[in-house]
Design a protein around this ligand. Structure first.
Ligand code: PLP
Length: 399
């Protein structure tokens, strides 16, 4: 999965180009920068790649989510529907906007279940924020249809799924805006970085201004810019953008490698009938950063996960016990209601997260294992890995 596995001269040279000019700031200094605009170049490439009309590069995926929520006018007391299986940043960005995250069930796509959204809808619901988790999409067409029918905003957290698509259309382009992360472990990395894409000019202009203190970026005189809104600082530096520019050029190579590695492992696993695989709404659009599969029940999943680790099959995740990615183990969120001091003000419509109960999501995640797909595996490492996996699973079959 991570682009850092394939750092090379391209990244080094791109960073050196920035250091040679000394201009680390993404705006202005037109003379001194000698035509080198790394953040701008990345934005143009990201827009082209995803087919979006506009792209903004910013300091992180979390920043991208915060910028997007602000640009979409989501704030105080508004409810935003989120999945319980994601990285906590999705939830944090909603809370930091002063809005209220409302959890809804996932299905076997491991993403929000479109059929369950209605059950958490209230008059305060403003947006749905599906997360395309572990490299592949949600049932995004059905989620989009639901949002259109109910007049809700649709913001996609595509932080883990750069390069993924649904029926040929890139993730992040189905609703009002899409967010990406280019942090240190993502498919394409800037070291730290994030991106917002949209086809809506007014959302883009607000996002662009919000990420840089409300400056409208019109004209060359930085002291005399217009300010339609107040903002913050979520800018990226040219050094980070320089790494990203070199990485983004490698995306096709990354996707091809991942898909090939994933296919080989998946094919070897189909001989074990007790294993079923994550539902992919469009298998061809899978970016293949992970292979996710289900065991028949929780105890088997736990046992297989332990056996894989013991056999040296690294990079396997049993999310049910993981305190980064699943609501069940987010004690810091679940304690909120118990009167802990919070960095943000909670509204009276904030649910008591210590009581949030999602039986369907639990029943799926407790049986799920995800295996990271690496770029750097050699043919030999890949076949050795497959042998180890087969051995582990064969032992379970005979139990
Ligand atoms: C990584 C990630 C984020 C946050 O991105 P950062 O760049 O680390 O802030 C948000 N959502 C999901 C699903 C992620 O995986």
């Amino acid at each position: 999965m991570p682009g850092f596995e394939i750092f090379g001269d391209e990244e080094r040279n791109s960073v050196l180009e920035v250091l040679e000019t000394g201009v680390l700031f993404r705006y202005g200094f037109d003379q001194a920068r000698k035509g080198r605009w790394k953040a701008k170049t990345f934005e143009a490439e990201l827009a082209k790649r995803t087919g979006a009309d506009y792209a903004l590069l910013c300091s992180s995926g979390t920043a991208a989510l915060s910028i997007t929520l602000a640009a979409c006018g989501i704030g105080a007391g508004d409810e935003v529907i989120v999945p319980p299986f994601t990285f906590i940043a999705t939830v944090e960005s909603v809370l930091n906007a002063g809005a209220v995250p409302v959890f809804s069930e996932i299905d076997e796509t491991l993403c929000l279940d479109p059929d369950k959204l209605e059950s958490v809808l209230t008059p305060r619901t403003k947006a749905v924020l599906p997360v395309h988790i572990c490299g592949a999409t949600a049932r995004i067409d059905e989620i989009r249809d639901f949002c259109e029918k109910k007049g809700l905003m649709l913001i996609e957290d595509a932080c883990q799924s750069l390069g993924a698509s649904f029926k040929g259309k890139a993730v992040g382009t189905f609703g009002h805006a899409g967010c990406f992360s280019f942090d240190a472990v993502k498919t394409v990395t800037c070291g730290e970085g994030g991106g917002v894409i949209t086809n809506d000019e007014s959302i883009y202009l607000k996002a662009d201004a919000y990420a840089d203190h409300g400056h409208d970026h019109k004209g060359n005189d930085r002291g005399l810019e217009g300010h339609a809104i107040l903002g913050a600082n979520f800018r990226i530096s040219e050094l980070n953008a320089a790494v990203g520019c070199a990485q983004l050029k490698k995306l096709d190579f990354i996707l091809e490698k991942q898909r090939k590695h994933k296919k080989a492992i998946r094919e070897a696993m189909t001989q074990f009938s007790e294993i079923t695989f994550r539902r992919l709404p469009d298998a061809e659009g899978d970016s293949a950063t992970f292979l996710s599969f289900f065991l028949p029940d929780e105890s088997k999943a736990r046992a297989v996960s332990e056996a894989l680790a013991k056999a040296g099959v690294d990079g396997c995740f049993y999310w049910y016990d993981n305190n980064w990615h699943y609501l069940r183990q987010w004690d810091h969120l679940r304690r909120f209601q118990a009167g802990a001091k919070l960095p943000v003000q909670l509204f009276d419509n904030c649910p008591d997260y210590s009581r949030t109960n999602l039986p369907k999501s639990d029943s799926i995640i407790c049986r799920t294992i995800s295996m990271q797909i690496k770029l750097s595996w050699t043919e030999q490492q890949l076949s050795q890995r497959i042998e180890k996996i087969e051995k582990v699973l064969r032992n379970f079959r005979h139990e």
